[in-house]
Design a protein around this ligand. Structure first.
Ligand code: ZN
Length: 668
């Protein structure tokens, strides 16, 4: 599971982390996007072996880039290659407004790993006339375009124009509307030519060899129809995406002898074996080994992991995160995870749903060195893996917060006016400035280290019981766990912070975001669909409604502007606890109907007037609601054929990085 930044414009002023003063965090802004860069503090102090390990793992992270484009939509690579051919070879005037608009489109495609918005998953369109695209293609080096065998340039132009401009074709990547065939209507490439019913029938034939250790069926494959029959194409070295997987395996083989521990070595071997066979049992074996490797400083994620991109929540997108432990900051997370049992025992949920023994919730703060696949350029700020319920139950999970990323977010957002615009009082602003950074880091720690790992399913309840509502409810469960415990005196006893002002800062920012400011990311007239956003509105709206009678939370108008005001933090915390109990019950009992009712009532619909107001106020600030990062560049230094160092530098612009990646790592 991943945790995303609560808002593209984070507001806090973090403590100085010895970063270069003049480092440029914000690189550029276009459409609704800002491009930032992050630093990798501490990299220079790593051993040569660790640096080399990071280098090869980073190469492996880049080698899978084409996979995510293709998984998201079958024509994404065609569009990307077309855009790049134009950028690299167009001989006409590149200073016109049309060309600039075309460039914005190309950047958006890179940013979203395809032609659908990375967050809303709606198809987006270039602001150019259709015939201008044809002109661009005709005045470029036509040998660079991805023509099919025997295809004429005219046919190619017609084909690409349809993909890019037609508003009726594949206009949404993930359709979640329960009244529709969410498989057939979604543009995602996990399925091709099959209906939801056919997919469910296909999956239901799968027999789990060991019910107690359920394999993640369908995780790494595409389902499509051949000669009227549903067939499964597995992602593996001699299967689907084989050419890219082969390169990933090559890099992993280079990384293998550099592993820091025996168990890390073993986990890399298993990952390679999995990429060669596509076998889900091997995938679980790999995860069991990976979750036990707690001693390596350098760690990484590389594989088909998160299922947010599948309307049915089963198939996984490819991603990679290469990182190393931030030893100082990890101490805070360790305090939390070493008290996991206390938190579980005292959670405000029914005892039947509590784990008697919370296992191995390891927690650390990491410094990211490279992002790939579904984690690039938009990236989570926390990760909790593996996802398989039985592995979490029997072996625990690893939970990380990514602080060089949150740090970069904060730095890039300083002084943008967002906090001032949406805060009710000067007090609220001061609290956020003073404690916001610590509060949100602690929230992430609690969410990842404890929230997702807490509670249990009753015997016989399937982890898929909540279907398309499971992601939003699971994120709500983890967030509520964090919110509830931020207000517990145990947090002070443990020395996590010394004043409940930290808790207040987080409650302010959470409700402000859930009730109002996250609406900056929603187009007028649209519903909320993204799981993390649904979860935040669910919690905020539910508490607002339940607390209305006693004015626990209010929406107050001042100078024609709406503000969220919390009048009673203690009572609000009780509401968090109450909702946590209910959502835990829903998960533990697999109560689909109750889960659906909660999400549909509180998480999906948007108050139109408030939405419009928020958009108007936000627009004046001229801040892009979404953010993503370019990666640092690692270059090995050789002397007489021997590696003597790995340099890191930060001088690559977004467009250059994207063009270079496409040149150096394009295998599909
Ligand atoms: Zn989460």
């Amino acid at each position: 599971m991943t945790i995303l930044i609560t808002n593209g414009c984070n507001l806090n002023q973090p403590e100085n982390k010895n970063e270069a003063e003049d480092f440029q965090y914000l690189l550029e802004q276009f459409a609704d996007i800002k491009i930032m860069q992050y630093q990798v503090p501490g990299f220079e102090e790593l051993s040569l072996q660790q640096k080399e390990l990071i280098y090869y793992l980073s190469e492996a992270a880049n080698c899978g880039r084409d996979i995510i484009f293709d998984q998201f939509y079958k024509h994404n690579l065609t569009v990307r290659k077309t855009n790049e051919a134009i950028i690299n070879s167009y001989s006409g005037d590149k200073t016109t407004a049309d060309f600039k608009n075309f460039l914005v489109y190309a950047k958006r495609v890179w940013f979203s790993n395809g032609i659908h918005h990375h967050y809303s998953t709606d198809k987006f369109y270039p602001e150019i006339p259709e015939d201008y695209l044809a002109e661009l293609i005709l005045h470029s080096d036509t040998s660079l375009f991805p023509l099919k065998t025997g295809e004429s340039l005219d046919t190619f132009i017609a084909r690409v124009s349809l993909i890019i401009f037609d508003k009726n074709i594949d206009n949404k990547r993930i359709v979640l509307d329960d009244a529709k065939d969410i498989v057939a209507e979604s543009a995602t490439n996990f399925y091709e030519g099959v209906s939801q019913k056919e997919v469910e029938d296909f999956n239901s034939k799968f027999i789990q060899p060991d019910k107690n250790k359920a394999l993640s069926i369908g995780l790494n494959s595409q389902l499509l129809k051949e000669n009227g029959k549903v067939v499964e194409k597995v992602y593996k070295i001699d299967g689907l995406y084989g050419k890219a997987i082969e390169k990933i395996v090559f890099c992993l083989e280079k990384a293998h002898p550099l592993a820091e521990t025996d168990i890390q070595k073993q986990s890399i071997e298993l990952l390679i074996k999995y990429y060669k066979t596509g076998d889900l049992k091997t995938w679980d074996d790999y995860n069991v080994a990976w979750v036990q490797d707690l001693d390596s400083r350098v760690d990484f994620v590389n594989g088909f992991i998160e299922n947010y991109g599948d309307p049915l929540g089963m198939k996984a997108t490819w991603e990679s995160v290469v990182n190393f432990k931030d030893i100082e900051a990890t101490k805070r997370a360790e305090i939390i995870s070493s008290n996991a049992q206390w938190f579980e025992d005292n959670a405000p949920i029914n005892n039947r749903f509590k784990k008697k023994k919370v296992k191995g919730v390891s927690a650390k703060v990491i410094t990211v060195a490279q992002l790939g696949g579904d984690c690039y350029p938009t990236t989570p700020i926390g990760i909790n893996l593996p996802n398989a319920d039985w592995i979490r139950r029997d072996h625990g999970s690893k939970s990380v917060s990514i602080e060089n990323i949150t740090f970069a977010y904060d730095k890039a957002a300083q002084g943008n006016g967002f906090l001032e615009e949406f805060s009710y009082s000067q007090d609220e602003i001061e609290l956020a400035k003073k404690y916001g950074s610590l509060a949100s880091n602690l929230h992430t720690d609690l969410h990842e280290c404890l929230g997702h790992g807490s509670g249990k399913l009753l015997p016989g309840i399937s982890s898929d019981a909540l279907k398309n509502y499971s992601s939003a409810l699971e994120e709500a469960r983890a967030d509520l766990f964090a919110l509830y415990y931020l207000g517990d005196k145990k947090s002070i006893e443990l020395g996590l912070f010394d004043s409940f002002d930290v808790c207040k800062a987080e409650y302010n920012s959470y409700l402000r975001n859930g009730l109002m400011t996250q609406l900056t990311r929603i187009q007028p007239g649209k519903d909320i669909e993204q799981a993390h956003m649904r979860n935040r509105q669910l919690i905020a709206k539910w508490c607002y409604e339940k607390g209305q009678e006693n004015k626990i939370v209010e929406l107050i108008k001042k100078d024609n502007k709406t503000f969220v005001v919390i009048n009673d933090y203690t009572k609000l915390r009780e509401l968090f606890g109450e909702l946590l109990a209910e959502i835990q019950r829903i998960k533990s009992e697999g109560d689909f109907e109750a889960g659906k009712a909660l999400v549909e009532k509180y998480a999906v619909k948007v108050d139109t007037d408030l939405h419009n107001e928020v958009l108007t106020r936000f627009k004046k600030l001229n801040i892009a609601p979404y953010g993503g990062f370019v990666n640092p560049v690692f270059s090995p230094v050789y002397k007489e054929g021997k590696l003597i160092n790995v340099n890191v530098n930060y001088n690559e612009a977004f467009i250059n990085q994207m063009l270079r990646y496409s040149k150096e790592y394009s295998y599909l």
